[in-house]
Design a protein around this ligand. Structure first.
Ligand SMILES: [Zn+2]
Length: 578
């Protein structure tokens, strides 16, 4: 699920283009308002300056450098041969998949380990291979020092379905894994998301194991889930329990998972933006039931009309954007405005002065992708009501989906909804049954000093239609916002130093900065295993094209960099004292 996984600053270039089109913003005017030392010295009192650490060269271990080992031409050839058979497996995750043995659609997952064993013989020979809950794949290369916490690198084997109506639009069939020599792209569902990570990780490890000098101190684990696109409930969830039993809670030094195109160029600066947290998730369902009746003598309003008023109340009150001071997004903006001060001068101005509300407003105004890093999303996605054209509908149901930002919580969203529907409920004398027995809601009310039930304010109108109605609010699917990985300290330094080393030749300045993710990955199941989780795919939007869409493809020449990064990452963490 990479589509929703935008990293902050994704498309900052488009954002700055949009900015220039806006007549409200005069670059000229702003230039004269910029504080002294613009772009170099922050005026804000925040301690974080985005000073860059040294690139971390792993060459002390005596192994081949990633650049020697993965020289473009041969590396590209090998990667294509390894990647193609994996992409040919139509390992689709369908939401309604049944039992492993009964549902034929699981069969491609039986074949994936065979493909991997064929392509990566050294890993099978020298490593340790386990299957967890039938299709979950865990590879362990044991280190010599058991006192060092292992590192865990993850990916997923499953892909999203291909809509049959779109088949004609694919330039090459989605499971053919066609490689186009002139463009350098390998086509296929899963070519990018997320089989590119499997091929890159396995290739990096195969290269390490082929060298006699590779004697790891620290254990390296690869875990490949098989239902990430369907929430990871059978795959990553089982793998996580297994690893927690073996290594204990927080028993892993660092976890690296997918995270959308993690490299973004702005001018001659290359930003690497690992997501250090994921937004929370909440679906709220609204049900109105009222007495029905024949449409020839209707009540003035029906449950559909009432629900429509609720929709209006919700949509007239969007959530507000907010940048939390000293939070990861604030830090990312400090980095961006320091190293690209002229890309968005107005943003630089606000960030330098610590005017975060203005900065939030600016970011929310210009581009939706950026807006929802700093704002809770509210989407009315589902409505149903009415059975027959001549009957008053007795039930109407509404579903509203939220991705919540750190300034909000499940309880605060629920409370806000109860307040927003009060007007409609009072107007029609509806009994409100709000989130009954919901712990998040009750805890929130207690923390605010309210009783557990909302006050039932019944109003009486002169002409009193009897609706006998009830509005029920219920939260169904939810996931909490994840804790935030530290963006300072030794683990961050090794991660950031590796990025600066591997990609040093790709830009004048390489800036690792924290990002966030608006969607979830398998790491939602791995939170117990480590406090250091980065969701980051080492590639650009150009490398990973059309993810989840028609003509998904992977730029193999850039995929080489992904292998290089994993190769250096494993070596640097092997040498690190953490
Ligand atoms: Zn994915």
């Amino acid at each position: 699920m990479l589509t929703a996984k935008k990293v902050l600053l994704a498309g900052m270039l488009e954002l700055s283009a949009a900015y220039k089109l806006s007549p409200m913003n005069s670059l000229h005017r702003l230039f004269h308002q910029l504080p002294l030392g613009f772009g170099h010295n922050n005026v804000d009192v925040s301690r974080f300056r985005c000073d860059l650490g040294k690139p971390l060269d792993p060459s002390n271990d005596g192994l081949y450098s990633s650049h020697e080992l993965f020289s473009p031409k041969e590396a590209v050839e090998t990667l294509i041969q390894r990647h193609q058979p994996l992409v040919r497996m139509d390992s689709v995750c369908y939401d309604d998949l049944g039992d492993f043995d009964k549902d034929e659609r699981w069969r491609p997952f039986d074949d994936i380990p065979k493909v991997l064993e064929d392509k990566y013989p050294l890993i099978y020979e020298k490593g340790w291979f386990e299957t967890i809950n039938r299709f979950g794949l865990v590879y362990t290369v044991e280190g010599s020092d058991p006192s060092l916490k292992p590192i865990l690198l993850t990916a997923h084997q499953d892909v999203v379905p291909v809509e049959s109506e779109t088949l004609d639009s694919w330039e090459h069939p989605p499971f053919e894994a066609y490689y186009n020599e002139s463009t350098g792209y390998l086509y296929g569902r899963g070519a990018s998301d997320d089989k590119s990570a499997i091929t890159a990780l396995m290739s990096a490890m195969e290269a390490l194991l082929s060298q006699e000098d590779y004697n790891p101190r620290r254990t390296v684990i690869f875990a490949f889930g098989f239902d990430e696109e369907c929430s990871g409930l059978r795959g990553a969830s089982s793998i996580s329990k297994h690893l927690e039993e073996r290594y204990g809670e927080n028993g892993i030094a660092v976890i690296l998972d997918e995270g959308g195109a993690g490299l973004q160029s702005v001018g001659d600066v290359l930003y690497a933006l690992p997501a250090v947290y994921e937004k929370g998730y909440l679906d709220v369902w609204f049900n109105i039931d009222v007495v029905g009746g024949h449409s020839s003598t209707p009540t003035p309003h029906t449950s559909i009309g009432m629900m429509s008023e609720i929709v209006v109340a919700l949509e007239s009150n969007p959530f507000q954007p907010k940048i939390i001071r000293d939070g990861p997004i604030h830090e990312a903006l400090i980095c961006f405005t320091r190293y690209s001060p002229y890309a968005l001068p107005e943003l630089t101005y606000y960030v330098n002065l610590g005017l975060l509300d203005q900065a939030a407003h600016l970011l929310a105004q210009v581009q939706r992708e950026t807006q929802y890093f700093i704002q809770t999303s509210q989407a009315v996605d589902w409505i149903a009501g009415g059975q027959k054209i001549n009957s008053l509908p007795e039930f109407t149901t509404l579903g509203v989906n939220h991705g919540y930002a750190p300034q909000d919580s499940i309880g605060s969203i629920q409370h806000r909804i109860v307040k927003l529907v009060q007007g409609v409920a009072s107007k029609y004398n509806l009994t409100v049954r709000a989130f009954e027995g919901d712990k998040d809601y009750e805890d929130y009310l207690r923390s605010m000093g309210h009783g557990p039930t909302a006050k039932d304010d019944r109003m009486h109108t002169a002409w009193e239609p009897i609706y006998n109605g009830t509005l029920t609010l219920e939260a169904r699917k939810r996931s909490y916002i994840t804790s935030q990985t530290q963006t300072r300290g030794s683990v961050w330094d090794v991660f950031a130093g590796t990025v600066r080393h591997t990609f040093a030749d790709q830009a004048k300045i390489v800036v690792p900065a924290p990002g966030a993710m608006t969607g979830n990955t398998d790491t939602r199941h791995y939170l117990n295993l480590s406090q250091n989780i980065y969701r980051w795919s080492p590639g650009s939007l150009k490398s990973f094209s059309n993810i989840h869409g028609v003509n998904e493809k992977l730029l193999i020449s850039e995929h080489v960099n992904m292998v290089r990064f994993y190769y250096d990452f494993i070596r640097n963490f092997d040498q690190a004292d953490i």
